[in-house]
Design a protein around this ligand. Structure first.
Ligand SMILES: Cc1ncc(COP(=O)(O)O)c(CN[C@@H](CN)CCC(=O)O)c1O
Length: 420
C-alpha cells in the first residue's frame, strides 16, 4: 500500500532521530500511530504534508495564542530578518520585550531572557539557591519544569506520558536535592519544611498545572505556599511558562493575586520562537551575572528575531477584550462537550479527562483512562481536529479560533465519542 507522505517522512525521521522527533511528546507513542508532518499553519488551522487540514487546539503546546502565522508576528519577523539574525550584542527589541513583561507582571522588576522554558526554570532554581544559600528545592509530582537534571524528578508532561517521571542519567546526588510534594496538598509541603528547616531554597510550582492535564489550584493552596515560603525564608517560584500571558494579562499571579519571588516564562513571550525568561524583585535579580555571582549566559538569548516575535505577540495581547474573547470561546467549547468528560479549564487552557470523578490531584489524574483517550485522539484527528497526543497535556484556544470552529469541533467530538 502506498505510504502517505507523513508515513514516509516518519520512517526516515526515525532512522535519523530518536523516535523520529525532537521532543518526545510529539512522537504519538502514547496514542500510537504516525504523527502528521505539518506543512503550514494559518490562524486556527494547520495542514499536513498530505493536505489534511485540522482545527488546531495544540497551538504548539501553548505559544500560539494568536494562532498560526499572525500577520503582526510574520511582519515583525520579516523586518527583523532583513536586518540580520543575531549580533551577540544588545538590541532594542530586548528592551521592548522586557518593558512589556515587567509592565504586565509587577512581581518582576528585572528579568533575564533565555532560549527556553527549561533554561528559565533551571536558572530560577540556581538563582534561588544563590540568593538563599540553601540547596533543597521542592517541586510537585506531575509538574513539569523542563528537562534540567534536578527537575526531572517525578516530572509531568512527557515524563508522565511515557512513564519515565524520573529520568535515567540524573545522579542520585542531584535528585536528592529535589524534594517532591503533592499538588494541591499543603500538608505535604509543610511536612517537608518541618523535616528540612532553613534548608529549602525554594518551591517551584505550576500555579495552574498544565503538565498532568489541566489541574487548577484548590482554594488556599497558592496562598498557603506563599505563607510557608515567606515564613521559612524560601523563594516561591511560579513557573508560568504555560500560564504567563495565557490565563490573563497578568498571568496566574494576577489571576490569583499572589506575588511570587521569582517567575519563569516562555512559550507565548516568544510568539512561536525560542524565548524563555526568569525574573523577580531587583534585590534577587542583582545576584545574576554580570552584577552578581550567579552565572547564567546564552549565545542567542534575546536574539532580535525571537524577541521581535515576542514583542509583536504581547503587543497584540494588550488590545482590549482579547482575554475575554479566548476565554469565552474556550468556555463555549468545554460547555458544548462537557457531559462526556471531566473537564478542567482555566481561561483558555483545558483538558478533558476520561475520568468519573473530580480531578484535583495527580492521583486522580492517574485514574483517567489514557487508553480511551488515545482512541478518542485518533477519532478526532480523522475528523480534522488536532488535540494534544496525551491525556496529560493541555489544549488551548487562540484569538484565531472562531465560533464556527468551536461549533464544528463540538459536533466532531460528539461523533468521535459515539464511535469509542
Ligand atoms: C510549565 C512548563 N515549564 C517549563 C517547560 C519547559 O519549556 P521548554 O524548555 O519546552 O521551552 C514546559 C514545557 N511544556 C511542554 C509540554 N507541556 C513542552 C512540549 C514538549 O516538551 O515538547 C512547561 O509546560
Amino acid at each position: 500500500m502506498q505510504l502517505t507522505k507523513s508515513e514516509a517522512l516518519f520512517a526516515e525521521a526515525q532512522r535519523l532521530m530518536p523516535g523520529g522527533v525532537n521532543s518526545p511528546v510529539r512522537s504519538f507513542r502514547a496514542v500510537t500511530g504516525t504523527p502528521p508532518f505539518i506543512a503550514s499553519g494559518s490562524g486556527s488551522r494547520v495542514v499536513d504534508v498530505d493536505g489534511n487540514e485540522y482545527i488546531d487546539y495544540l497551538g504548539s503546546w501553548g505559544p500560539l495564542v494568536l494562532g498560526h502565522a499572525h500577520p503582526s508576528v510574520v511582519a515583525a519577523l520579516m523586518r527583523a530578518a532583513e536586518n540580520g539574525t543575531s549580533f551577540g550584542a544588545p538590541v532594542e527589541q530586548e528592551v521592548e520585550l522586557a518593558r512589556l513583561i515587567t509592565g504586565a507582571l509587577p512581581s518582576i522588576e528585572s528579568l533575564r531572557l533565555v532560549n527556553s522554558g527549561t533554561e528559565a526554570c533551571m536558572s530560577a532554581i540556581r538563582l534561588a539557591r544563590a540568593f538563599t544559600g540553601r540547596d533543597k528545592i521542592i517541586k510537585f509530582a506531575g509538574n513539569y519544569h523542563g528537562h534540567a537534571d534536578g527537575l526531572l524528578v517525578r516530572a509531568g508532561s512527557g515524563g508522565l506520558t511515557h512513564g519515565i517521571p524520573t529520568s535515567a542519567g540524573v545522579p542520585e546526588s542531584y535528585a536528592s536535592e529535589t524534594l517532591v510534594a503533592d499538588f494541591n496538598d499543603l500538608d505535604s509541603v509543610e511536612q517537608l519544611f518541618n523535616s528540612y528547616p532553613n534548608a529549602i531554597a525554594g518551591i517551584i510550582v505550576e500555579p495552574v498545572a498544565g503538565n498532568m492535564g489541566v489541574v487548577g489550584p484548590t482554594p488556599g493552596f497558592l496562598e498557603g505556599l506563599r505563607r510557608v515560603t515567606a515564613h521559612d525564608g524560601a523563594m516561591l517560584i511560579f513557573d508560568e511558562v504555560i500560564t504567563g500571558f495565557r490565563v490573563g494579562a497578568g498571568g496566574a499571579q494576577g489571576l490569583y493575586g499572589i506575588m511570587p519571588d521569582i517567575t519563569t516564562l516562555g512559550k507565548i513571550i516568544g510568539g512561536g520562537l525560542p524565548v524563555g525568561c526568569y525574573g523577580g524583585r531587583r534585590e534577587i535579580m542583582e545576584r545574576v551575572a554580570p552584577l552578581g555571582d550567579m552565572y547564567q549566559a546564552g549565545t542567542l538569548s534575546g536574539n532580535p528575531l525571537a524577541v521581535s516575535a515576542g514583542v509583536a505577540t504581547l503587543t497584540e495581547l494588550r488590545k482590549p477584550g482579547v482575554y475575554e474573547q479566548i476565554d469565552r470561546l474556550a468556555t463555549r467549547l468545554t460547555d458544548g462537550v462537557g457531559a462526556a468528560f471531566r473537564i478542567n479549564r482555566v481561561g483558555s487552557m483545558f483538558t478533558g479527562f476520561f475520568n468519573p470523578g473530580p480531578v484535583e490531584s495527580l492521583a486522580e489524574v492517574e485514574q483517567s483512562d489514557a487508553t480511551k483517550y488515545g482512541r478518542y485522539f485518533h477519532a478526532l484527528l480523522e475528523r480534522g481536529v488536532y488535540i494534544a497526543p496525551s491525556q496529560f497535556e493541555a489544549g488551548f484556544v487562540s484569538t484565531a479560533h472562531t465560533e464556527a470552529d468551536i461549533d464544528a469541533t463540538i459536533e466532531r467530538v460528539r461523533e468521535a465519542l459515539a464511535e469509542l
